[in-house]
Design a protein around this ligand. Sequence first.
Ligand code: ATP
Length: 358
Amino acid sequence: MAKLVLEKVEKRYEGFHAIKGVDLAIDDREFVVFVGPSGCGKTTLLRMIAGLEEITGGDFSIDGVRANDIPPDKRGLAMVFQTYALYPHMTVAENMGFALKMAKVPKAEIVAKVSQAAAMLQLDKVLDRRPKALSGGQRQRVAIGRAIVRNPKGFLFDEPLSNLDAALRVQMRTELVKLNKELQTTMIYVTHDQIEAMTMADRIVVLNGGIVEQVGSPLELYNNPANLFVAGFIGSPKMNLLDGEIVARDDHGAQVALADAGVVTIAADGIEAGPGTRVTVGMRPEHTMLAESGPIGGVADFVEHLGNETLVYVKRPNGGMMIVKADELAGIRMGDPVTMAPRTDRASLFGPDGRALI
Ligand code: ATP
């Protein structure tokens, strides 16, 4: 069990307010990812949960017990760092068993726990090697193995894959998610990479400037971003955002006159903002349709053929860029004039304060 609850949690460094009242409940066995731009407070928040950084305001509890003042080694949470911090003179087995040896666990029990974790992490063939004779991915697994043998209630990962090459990162992502299911323990994972967040998380926590912008499943965040920040941060290529003004509205949608373009229809029930409201229309590249006579015009500035999809970068008359996921067969070439329209049932709409209106 490891249910972690943060209530109005704050971190004030001398002269800097890094975490500004975070409320968050993480369920037992959940895989939660903290994501956000550099400096948003992800690592600080994780280190506060680990006990490596003092909580200067609010309450933090583990399984219902207030944990603000519990020392790190008594919290039952294991932290895995970006730099693996393995002991170079010890073998893989010794590295993995070191904490247990220090805790005077009987030798036979250490051997059993190490070999069980090694099998899980496919390290059984390299237990006698020293770290310098391992690949980056194997070193990272040893660091994880060292945490597993301690049988923690939860794992805290701080950008653990950032030192690995792209292919290995993708492989390790899958392995960590599988590990979460196998071990049935809570995991919190920090990354600045929204693709990592999207592919691994049960729930994503988007942080920005020390506050939580949105918490939700990857698809909730992708399909219903709560505000312009989340809309711009989640999704690659990015959501197209166009400014405009509501000119008509009824129970089933709104008509928005875009700046530098025509009028688009947004189909959604219950839009409360009325005519005259300044809005931003959001369209994912795959929901931006190329049409014979769409309300949004531009010129294909660059066409990227990725094999499984084609991205068309469209330069607008006002100098702005939009990205459209197009069918290769549409045969768009650089310099072609194009017109576009949002898929009306998939567009997003944000009000003057940046919050979602639908
Ligand atoms: P990154 O992705 O770059 O690691 P992050 O989101 O993990 O960023 P943190 O390391 O949590 O960001 O830092 C959050 C903010 O707190 C930053 O603006 C940082 O400069 C500030 N900060 C961190 N440690 C201290 C400190 N000891 N004293 C003052 N400010 C600090």
